[in-house]
Design a protein around this ligand. Structure first.
Ligand code: MG
Length: 159
């Protein structure tokens, strides 16, 4: 069995007038995130971790942010495309671990729904998916409430 680890990181700035979407789940909050796509910062970090583990470049290479076909796109659709690329190469996912860094909103109540959605999309049991929400105790851009940062680590294997 061959194992491959990947990590992904993403950050998006808060903006008015857009929904806040994390892991494909709409979060009730007065602000959303700015971006060419739906700006799902968690899903973007997961996509980069998956691509990184397979050494298949990064999200911006596959889905350029100046390409009109990805404007406002649901990032879960991009995740599905990446999962298909991995399946074609014979990769299976071992587990996924993630961190969402946000001063607000408080994400603890939303984590079960996000986890369930990602488990379904990635065809994994809940026990293979971890989502952790952190603040930075008021420090830095996340602490000042300017945006949200996400990190993801994934283990792929070739059976
Ligand atoms: Mg992004």
């Amino acid at each position: 069995m061959k194992y491959r680890i990947g990590n992904g990181l993403d950050a998006h700035r808060f903006t008015e007038g857009r929904p806040l979407i994390l892991g494909g789940i709409k979060i009730a909050f007065p602000k959303g995130l700015a971006g060419h796509s739906d700006a799902d910062v968690l899903t973007h970090a997961i996509i980069d971790a998956l691509l990184g583990a397979a050494a298949l470049d990064d999200i911006g290479t596959h889905f350029p942010d100046d390409d009109p076909q990805y404007r406002n796109i649901n990032s879960i659709l991009l995740l599905r495309q990446v999962l298909e690329m991995l399946t074609q190469r014979g990769f299976k996912i071992g587990n996924l671990d993630t961190v969402i860094v946000a001063q607000e909103p408080k994400l603890q109540p939303q984590i079960p729904a996000i986890r369930q959605n990602l488990a379904r999309e990635m065809n994994l049991p809940l026990t293979d998916i971890s989502i952790k929400a952190k603040t930075t105790e008021g420090m830095g851009f996340t602490g000042r409430g300017e945006g949200i940062l996400s990190m993801a680590t994934v283990l792929l294997y070739l059976p």
